[in-house]
Design a protein. Structure first.
Length: 184
């Protein structure tokens, strides 16, 4: 059964695509990342079947900070969500207040943060970049703990294997690589 639709407005005279979506842990909100540098939050009410066309307006809208939003993911504890943007930033947002908690970028000439993944314990976030690098961020210390060039072309997907220290990356270089991340 179809539930809800929201049609995007144009941005600078062109289509404004949604590049990323994620749900909050309680499944009450869907978080959407757009090409117009915005993050929009939509609430799915319990009486969704009563919604009419045009009722699907964001309950919150704010700037991502530094570019179009390429990836979003909620933490497993539900306390925050992370965004990766075209300007290269990893930003952490509070899911109760929708306020920015912190933001970090790595130094790069080609900074596009194209993908991200949060470890199942919410301790680390891996971010893939279009300069062939992956950076691992420590969420408690709010810093990059390691970064490395792991592919020969842009990285477009990173994913932690649940409950392990294993990271999978994929790239335009036509490869998928599996990494064991050991704490030192």
């Amino acid at each position: 059964t179809f539930i809800l639709q929201c049609t995007n407005v144009e941005y600078e005279g062109k289509a404004n695509h949604v590049r990323a979506i994620t749900w909050t842990k309680d499944s009450k909100y869907v978080i959407c990342g757009y090409e117009d540098y915005k993050i929009r939050i939509f609430e799915l009410p319990s009486d969704f079947h009563k919604l009419e066309e045009g009722d699907s307006k964001p309950v919150k809208e704010f700037d991502s900070g530094d570019g179009e939003v390429f990836q979003l993911q909620c933490s497993s504890d539900g306390k925050f969500f992370a965004s990766a943007t075209g300007g290269g930033a990893l930003t952490i947002w509070n899911t109760e207040t929708w306020e920015k908690l912190w933001s970090l970028s790595r130094k790069s000439d080609k900074p596009h943060a194209t993908s991200l993944t949060i470890s199942s314990d919410d301790k680390y976030i891996a971010v893939g970049y279009n300069d062939n690098y992956v950076a691992i961020f420590d969420t408690k210390q709010r810093k990059i703990t390691c970064e490395a060039q792991v592919h020969t072309m842009d990285i477009f997907a990173v994913k932690f294997v649940p409950t392990t220290s294993t990271l999978v990356t994929s790239s335009l270089d036509k490869s998928i690589k599996i990494w064991d991340l050991k704490e030192s």
